[in-house]
Design a binder for this molecule. Structure first.
Ligand SMILES: [Zn+2]
Length: 237
């Protein structure tokens, strides 16, 4: 009887953990869960460690310049930029367009998921801002990293999100931003299914959100949130 009870416990805990993986919570998807360690998602972290080891053998020291980012942090960034452009006399629509060239609307950043990160090479000399396209091309300091990632990233599950592709909409090219596809594909699927996007944005004290039209926000939803490398699109059911 005892054995039967423990068997039941094992089976039910497997079923339960299976459930919790399938259902990604809304707070996680919008960067509002408590992540006191500022940590990457577990499987992403494991895959990253493997990739870092392999790269190091080729003399490249992959370093995360920016990994997990919370909703609150993204809102600070957004509101600071918003105030700056407002002070320069820009109207809300123009401010919105300007900020979303490179920054996400809080609650819509893939960095909220812990599956996405901005990568640089710590085994090279550089100065100034690191997340600059020129540094990843030509004879820039992170060129070797970029070349290495072009060949190997996919073997470890990582994909560039904002690719250099004229047909891609949304954010500008970011040669540093990678996503761990096996997890982030599912997160995006859940995000598109679960999040009441416009209502969410209007209720979270994000500057400008009471001024921007539904239509503009809808366009951001399609062009920016879904304007990614097709390798990261969720599988169809
Ligand atoms: Zn990024």
């Amino acid at each position: 009887m005892k054995q039967l009870a423990s068997l039941f416990f094992i089976v039910s805990s497997i079923l339960f953990s299976g459930n919790s993986i399938a259902q990604t919570s809304k707070t996680l998807l919008t960067g509002q869960s408590s992540n006191s360690f500022n940590a990457l998602e577990t499987k992403t972290q494991e895959a990253l460690l493997k990739m870092q080891k392999a790269a190091l053998k080729d003399g490249i020291k992959i370093q995360v310049a920016s990994g997990y980012r919370s909703f609150n942090r993204q809102r600070q960034i957004w509101n600071r930029k918003y105030k700056k452009y407002e002070a320069e006399g820009l109207v809300p629509d123009a401010i919105f367009n300007k900020i979303v060239e490179y920054s996400t609307v809080p609650g819509t950043s893939r960095h909220h998921w812990g599956t996405d990160m901005d990568l640089i090479d710590a085994n090279t000399k550089y100065s100034g801002s690191v997340l600059v396209t020129d540094k990843f091309h030509g004879d820039g300091p992170f060129c070797r990293l970029k070349d290495w990632m072009d060949v190997h990233a996919r073997d470890f599950g990582f994909e560039l999100v904002y690719t250099l592709n004229e047909n891609r909409s949304g954010f500008k090219y970011e040669p540093w931003h990678y996503s761990y596809a096996p997890v982030s594909k599912d997160y995006l699927k859940d995000y598109l299914k679960e999040i009441d996007f416009i209502n969410f944005l209007r209720s979270e004290n994000i500057l400008g959100m009471d001024q921007i039209s539904d239509e503009r926000l809808q366009r951001y939803y399609i062009e920016h949130i879904q304007g990614i490398n097709p390798m990261l699109n969720p599988k169809k059911d």
